[in-house]
Design a protein around this ligand. Structure first.
Ligand code: DQA
Length: 149
């Protein structure tokens, strides 16, 4: 089982730290990546960390993950609520998938309560701020370890 994990981020997350900080906080996506890389070292995971505002790029990274990754952590951002194509791509990936939302989407507008990605995700983390990413990585590492045992 590969110890390579893809961490994928959807639209507008490039503006993390500047965008609606009362909802998403002041931490930037570069800070999140640094935290993830620090933890990955401890967990003996390799990371590919990506962000895109384009749906097809996220789909292409999921296809790349099919070839080499042992897990995916994904914050699909607004595509969570709209993208059958990302769900279909994730359904072609056989290893663990953890969905992350920085905010508690269930406390927000009704349109954020439905997630296409949750139909595939092995677990969902929402409302833990950017800490959700490292929690998700810990879970993926555990699932990889359990499969290897
Ligand atoms: C988000 C929640 C989504 O509803 C929203 O469109 C985002 C970010 C989150 O991390 O809380 O862009 O995925």
């Amino acid at each position: 089982m590969s110890r390579l994990v893809y961490v994928l981020n959807g639209p507008n997350l490039n503006l993390l730290g500047k965008r609606q900080p009362h909802i998403y906080g002041h931490v930037t996506l570069a800070d999140v990546e640094a935290e993830c890389r620090k933890l990955a070292g401890e967990l003996k995971l390799d990371l590919r960390f990506h962000q895109s505002n384009r749906e097809y790029e996220i789909i292409d990274w999921i296809h790349a993950a099919r070839e080499e990754a042992g897990g995916i952590v994904i914050n699909p951002a607004a595509f969570t609520h709209t993208s059958v194509a990302i769900l279909d791509a994730l359904n072609t990936f056989e290893a663990p998938v953890v969905e992350v939302h920085i905010s508690n989407v269930h406390k927000r507008e009704a349109f954020r309560h439905h997630s296409y990605v949750s139909l595939r995700a092995d677990g969902v983390i929402a409302g833990f701020g950017t800490q959700g990413y490292t929690l998700a990585l810990r879970r993926v590492a555990r699932l990889i370890d359990e499969k290897a045992a």
